[in-house]
Structures are given as structure tokens and as C-alpha cells.
Write a protein that binds this ligand. Structure first.
Ligand SMILES: [Zn+2]
Length: 344
């Protein structure tokens, strides 16, 4: 590296607001000195120094550059001034800085179930070519069009010996720094449904939003699904990993924070077809009451398919038309009216 990391860190501590070290992801987060966090200076830390990538970005103003460019921007120094200064710089021990206490929060989950195999890694799959469970998992992945879906996760896992998540497809939830901090597993075999539900969340893990690292500002919307698999089929799709039918809280604390950093995106909920599922009808009504915008399945397709994955399988789609979702999403009176027709 051209410039010592300690020097960059020193500059980051000097110019960014109230920095914190995130040990498990090896990142530093702080108040962004470029946008001053909009109206949230002193409250939010959306500026991130990603040590491994030698990059600094901001989830509020969208700044993204290498570290030197960022130092140029915030310090007003030229490239050569920075270079010279860094040569004379007294190296500060890193551990002095990382000793800062972090505020209390749930321990992040970064471990997957035991001995996981990545089903998207050709080499690993080749190694297990004679393993029946691996082959059954891959068949399910192809049957549900997961392997071609536009918003599929970076990796997809399977454990052959985890106590709880054994023989289930494990869907990773990456955070903003591309770390897996949560996961949900889905049963492969019908017979296993006697012991465990079809979907299982990481035990003791705080729910994170699915593929939050893939949300782009190019699309004005974020589409919120209950389960991740449906959200694989649309850009800016995310999932909450289940909502309670009778609860007013739709998000975990962490999910709320994550969603708040995309406050300029309009949010649309996409649930299973209200025509075929009573729980979905109840949840839709609840969301409408809470002032949310909800995709309401048109009768012709809502009676034919139970969810987005079914629709995509039958119609051979990997990338759902965003306009189709937007044009069938409603709030308030219009939404209530359409729901009253379905509930009749
Ligand atoms: Zn910023």
C-alpha cells in the first residue's frame, strides 16, 4: 500500500465524527464529514472505512472512493501533501484506537451452521457430486429458479451435519459491510417438516434485512418481502424473515436502523397472494392500517399463484417487472377497498 494504514486511520479519526471500530467486520464507522449526516449529525454513523478494500463510503450521501481521495476531500490537502505527510508520520499503535468501548448491542452472528458447503461454488459442488443430499439441494435450487434469480445471495449454503439446520438450504443475510450476520434455512425434504418448520431462523440472532448490501439508489423503491426466496426475483428486494400476524412491530431494531439509511426510497410490501392465504390477508390489513404501501395481488394471478416464487417458476422469470409490482401497490382507502373485495 502506498500509504500506511495507521496514517489513514489517524486521518479518519481526525475528520470523521465520533468513530467506532467494528471488530468482526474490520471496519470503522463514523459520522460523515462530507454530508454531516444530513440532519442527524451526532446521532448516526453512516460513513464507513472498509479496511480490507482501502475504501471509504457513506450510506447517507453515497460517497465512495479510495482512502486517499477521501482524505483529499475532507482535509483539503493535495495528493502529494498527503504522501509527504504520511512518510513523516509517527506510527500510532492500532490497538490504542480499537480499545474504545462500543455501546451495548446484540452480538453479531457471523458463523454459519456447522461445516457448510457453498452451493454456488462449482469446486465444492464438484467435490460432492456423489452426495445425495447435495444433489437434492441443487435440484431444489434449480426447480425454484434460485440459481438464475436476479437478486439471489452471493453464496448459498448447505450443512450435512449441523444439529438444527442439517439437510436444509441456508440463505445468508449479508449486512452493509458484506458480512453474513444472520441466516434462514429452508427444509429440502417433506419428511423433515414433521420435526421443524419449513423455514428456520438462526437461533439467538437478531434479524437483519436480506441483501441490504445490494440496495441501489438507481431504483426509487425497496420491495419488502416476508421470506427471502420471493425477494430473489426483483431488484432492490429485501426480506424481514417473517412478521407476526398480530404485531405492530414489523422490523427488528437492527432492521429499522438499516432501513432508515435508505429514507429516500419508497417502501412497498409484497406478501403471498391475499386470494389464497388468510394469514396474508390479515397481515395486509395490518400493514394498511399502519399506513404502509402493499402490493395487492390482482385476481387473475392471485388465484393462480400463491407467491412470487411460484409465479416466476411458472412464467420462467428470473427478474420480476418492477412496474408490475408498483402499479398494483396501494395505500389507505384504495388498498382497503381492494382488500374488502378479496375478503368478501
Ligand atoms: Zn455522507
Amino acid at each position: 500500500m502506498l500509504i500506511p494504514r495507521e496514517y489513514i486511520l489517524q486521518k479518519f479519526y481526525q475528520f470523521a465524527g465520533y468513530p467506532q471500530f467494528k471488530k468482526h467486520s474490520n471496519t470503522y464507522i463514523a459520522g460523515c464529514p462530507i454530508c454531516r449526516e444530513g440532519k442527524s449529525w451526532g446521532k448516526k454513523r453512516r460513513c464507513i472505512y472498509i479496511v480490507e478494500d482501502n475504501a471509504i463510503c457513506c450510506h447517507n450521501c453515497g460517497w465512495y472512493s479510495d482512502t486517499i481521495k477521501w482524505i483529499q476531500e475532507v482535509s483539503g490537502q493535495t495528493f502529494s501533501e498527503i504522501l509527504n505527510e504520511s512518510k513523516e508520520f509517527d506510527i500510532l499503535p492500532l490497538d490504542v484506537l480499537s480499545e474504545k468501548k462500543e455501546p451495548i448491542k446484540l452480538k453479531p452472528v457471523e458463523d454459519l451452521p456447522k461445516d457448510c458447503i457453498n452451493l454456488f461454488d462449482e469446486k465444492q459442488v464438484e467435490f460432492y457430486k456423489d452426495n445425495e443430499v447435495v444433489q437434492d439441494a441443487l435440484a431444489l435450487v434449480r426447480r425454484r429458479r434460485i440459481d438464475t434469480a436476479i437478486n439471489k445471495p452471493e453464496t448459498l449454503w448447505l450443512s450435512l451435519n449441523d444439529r438444527t439446520h442439517k439437510n436444509r438450504i441456508v440463505i445468508p443475510f449479508y449486512n452493509e459491510s458484506n458480512n453474513i450476520i444472520f441466516y434462514q434455512s429452508r427444509a429440502i425434504y417433506e419428511k423433515d417438516l414433521k420435526f421443524y418448520p419449513k423455514y428456520l431462523s438462526k437461533i439467538n440472532g437478531e434479524k437483519s434485512l436480506y441483501n441490504i448490501n445490494k440496495i441501489t439508489p438507481d431504483i426509487d423503491y425497496i420491495f419488502i418481502f416476508e421470506g427471502p426466496i420471493d425477494s430473489f426475483f426483483i431488484k432492490n428486494g429485501t426480506a424481514v424473515a417473517g412478521i407476526q400476524e398480530n404485531s405492530n412491530t414489523m422490523f427488528s431494531k437492527l432492521q429499522e436502523v438499516q432501513l432508515n439509511s435508505f429514507k429516500f426510497h419508497k417502501k412497498i410490501w409484497v406478501l403471498d397472494s391475499q386470494w389464497s392465504d388468510k394469514a396474508s390477508r390479515n397481515k395486509t390489513n395490518k400493514l394498511i392500517e399502519n399506513g404502509e404501501s402493499v402490493f395487492i395481488w390482482p385476481e387473475s394471478i392471485g388465484k393462480k399463484y400463491k407467491d412470487i416464487n411460484d409465479l416466476c417458476i411458472d412464467q420462467g422469470k428470473s427478474n420480476l417487472d418492477i412496474e408490475f409490482i408498483i402499479s398494483n401497490s396501494h395505500t389507505d382507502m384504495k388498498a382497503k377497498l381492494l382488500m374488502s373485495v378479496i375478503c368478501r
